[in-house]
Design a protein around this ligand. Sequence first.
Ligand code: SF4
Length: 443
Amino acid sequence: MSTHKTIYTVVATPDGEVLEHPELLMAGMNGMTVCRPDADELIPLPEGSRLFTVPNTPPIGFDARKGKFVTAERLPRSWGGDKVEAVCAFMAPAYTRTLLPAADYRKQRDTLPLWAYTAVGWCAEEERFYVAAQQVDRNTQWEPHRFDDREVSPGVDRYLAEYPDNRLLKQLSRCALDYHCFAAKNLFLGRWEAPLPTSPVCNARCLGCLSYQSEENECCPSSQERLSFVPTVQELCETAVPHLQQAENAIVSFGQGCEGEPIMQADTICAAVKEMRRQTTRGTINFNSNSSLPDKVDLLAEAGIDSIRVSLNSLREPFYTAYYRPRGYQFSDVLESIRRAKKHGLFVMLNYLVFPGITDQQAEIDALVKVIDNGQVDLIQMRNLCLDPPMYFQTMPAGEPGIGMKIMLEQVKKRVPAIQYGYFNRTKENFFPLNYEKDWPIR
Ligand code: SF4
């Protein structure tokens, strides 16, 4: 951000009106520490993003006259004196937040649902919203305006007519039209990345699981219903092969938000991948997973997958275990899977669930560099963790303050120049784009 701009705190009145606070400048949070955003970490709110209120939670802003942070329970009398709540952004994909919304979460009554809450402000000069974030991926295929349901429905009808008994296609038609899953819409639009969910079960109990929130989790409702059956090899191939053969930039991906853990169905997936590759060598077969079973990673690589995306919130075992709550495996198994995947020559990505105040702790950065510094990992997807900020921060072991997410991104790139940043899976033709050393920062 070049020229000086005045960025105000954004608040909402009880009737939902969103406005800038007339006296308080924008603040954010690194972990639960309030801070002012640096000018160079502020970007205009990306198109397709949404604003949310943080119910019953007053915002915190910076009072430049008093030189301190202030909790705003109400607007100034001169502005009507209304009670106000904090406002945050949920950004369109391809952007990594660098600060959480600044708010007095002690007043919060309910656990917030599964979204990535991001600090937002209002720029008076430009009359637009700004967020504390960095763009990490140039791929524009996932921009919300590219998904028009009027174009999806005919594709759904065509597929269901051609394969009337295929349970997976019925599930995916629901994902596309009810859950508005972009990957499922891609399948019926015949382009880009399509999903292949396979597993009703999982061997982890992530705090922020999108498809299953148990009673004892007491977190919040899961975003979608988990798949209830294991597709057959035939159902998987009927869904995947036409897409691999015909779609532009074709990718099919195992491991979706509407299922448990695909590695639990590795034997079925291996058989399906072999059959897909017998029918076509075109397109990319990707495997999104918690990668908890290294022996299965060997089998999947031998069966013919092209890339693997390993999900984790931290490269430090206590932080990992506190979030994933693994059953029947350990963090070291995940690291072993990464080693084996690279040994088989797969393109290895991390689905790094990032959180300002945890991910940018120096000890976390050092642990990350230790794992990626020997070429085992090609790409880090800097994915914003979707979870109630105070709940996550309080669940994580205590640690040093974060050094700032933008500084973290710069430091890791400096220490491991070959590492790529991104937000999305890639086609095999695009695993190593020509100038990937220059892939960050994105201007
Ligand atoms: S590994 Fe995936 S399916 Fe399993 S609990 Fe975690 S988010 Fe849910």
